[in-house]
Design a protein around this ligand. Structure first.
Ligand code: HEC
Ligand code: HEC
Ligand code: HEC
Ligand code: HEC
Length: 183
C-alpha cells in the first residue's frame, strides 16, 4: 500500500519537475557575439567567415551610427543621437533591446550586423556536437537561408532605410559571400 502511494507521489513529483523544464525550452535563445562564432568559423577549411564579416560593412553598421551624418539624419526624423534611436538601431545592430540575461559575456552591440543578426541567436546551437548536426542546429535556433536570401536581405535593405538606394541582390551578395570551400 505504502509502496503504491510512493509510486503515485513520484509521478506527481515527476510531472512538476518535467513541466518547467519543457516550458523553459520555449525561452528565447541568447546572443553570443561574432567572436564566439568566429572561434570555429575562421579557418581556411571552414571558409574564414569571421574575417569576411569583419571586413564587411555589416561589421561597421553601429560605428556608422556614431557619425555626424547619422546624427543629422536622426535629428531630421525628430530623434536624438542616432546610436540611441531605436528606429536606427533596429537595422544597424542586434541584441540591443533584449534582456541582459540573454546576452553572452562576449556579445557586443558595437559589432553591428553580425552573424547572429542573420543566423539567429546562438546559445542553443553553438556547441560543436549540435553544429555538426544541421537538423539539430536548426531545431535549436540556427537559421540557414537558402531560397529566401534576397527576401531576407530586404528586411533591412528597403526604402525604410533613410539612405536607401536600389538593392541589387546579386551584386550585394557577392560582396558578403562566405561559403565553406567545397571538398
Ligand atoms: C565549436 C565550434 C563552432 C562554433 C562556436 C560555431 N560553429 Fe557554426 N558550425 C561549426 C561546424 C563544425 C559546422 C559544420 C560545418 C560543416 O558543414 O562541415 C558549422 C556550421 C554552421 C553553419 C552552416 C549550416 C549549414 O550547413 O548550412 C552556420 C550558418 C553556422 N555554423 C553559423 C554559426 C554561428 C552564427 C555561430 C555563432 C553563434 C556558430 N556557427 C558557432 C562549428 C561551430
Ligand atoms: C539586420 C539588417 C540587415 C540585413 C538583414 C542585411 N543587411 Fe546588409 N547592411 C545593413 C546595414 C545597416 C548596412 C550599412 C552598414 C554601414 O555602412 O554602416 C548594410 C550594408 C551592406 C553592404 C555594403 C553596402 C555597399 O554598398 O557596399 C552589403 C554588400 C550588404 N549590406 C549586403 C547584404 C546582403 C546580401 C544581405 C542579405 C543576405 C544583407 N545585406 C542583409 C543591414 C542589413
Ligand atoms: C530598414 C532598415 C534601416 C533603418 C530603419 C535605418 N537604416 Fe541606416 N542603413 C540601412 C542599410 C541597409 C544601409 C546600407 C545602405 C543602403 O542601402 O541604404 C544603411 C546605411 C546607413 C548610413 C550610411 C549611408 C551612407 O551613404 O554613407 C547611415 C549614415 C545610416 N544608415 C544612418 C541611419 C540612421 C541615422 C537611421 C535612423 C534614423 C537609420 N540609418 C535607419 C538600413 C537601415
Ligand atoms: C547579412 C547576413 C549574414 C551575416 C552577417 C552572416 N551570414 Fe552567414 N550566411 C548568410 C546567408 C544568407 C547564408 C546562406 C548562403 C547559402 O547557402 O546560399 C549564409 C551562410 C553561412 C554558412 C554556410 C556556408 C556554406 O557554404 O555552407 C556559414 C558557415 C555561415 N553563414 C556562418 C556565418 C558566420 C560565422 C558569420 C559571422 C562571422 C556569418 N555567417 C554572418 C547570411 C549572413
Amino acid at each position: 500500500m505504502l509502496h503504491k502511494k510512493a509510486v503515485f507521489f513520484f509521478f506527481i513529483l515527476a510531472a512538476f519537475l518535467v513541466l518547467p523544464i519543457s516550458s523553459s525550452q520555449a525561452q528565447p535563445y541568447g546572443y553570443e557575439g561574432a567572436q564566439v562564432c568566429g572561434m570555429c568559423h575562421k579557418t581556411e577549411k571552414q571558409g574564414q567567415q569571421l574575417k569576411i564579416w569583419a571586413e564587411s560593412k555589416h561589421a561597421q553598421a553601429y560605428k556608422t551610427l556614431l557619425t555626424a551624418k547619422a546624427d543629422d539624419i536622426a535629428k531630421k526624423k525628430g530623434g536624438k543621437k542616432a546610436a540611441e534611436t531605436p528606429e536606427c538601431l533596429k537595422c544597424h545592430v542586434s541584441g540591443y533591446n533584449v534582456d541582459k540575461a540573454l546576452v553572452g559575456a562576449k556579445f557586443k552591440v558595437e559589432d553591428g550586423v553580425q552573424c547572429e543578426t542573420c543566423h539567429g541567436p546562438g546559445s542553443g546551437y553553438k556547441a560543436m556536437n549540435v553544429m555538426k548536426n544541421k537538423e539539430e542546429a536548426i531545431k535549436k535556433g540556427l537559421i540557414v537561408h537558402k531560397e529566401d536570401k534576397e527576401k531576407f536581405c530586404k528586411t533591412c535593405h528597403n526604402p525604410e532605410s533613410p539612405s536607401y538606394k536600389d538593392f541589387k541582390f546579386d551584386e550585394m551578395w557577392k560582396k558578403i559571400v562566405h561559403a565553406k570551400p567545397k571538398g
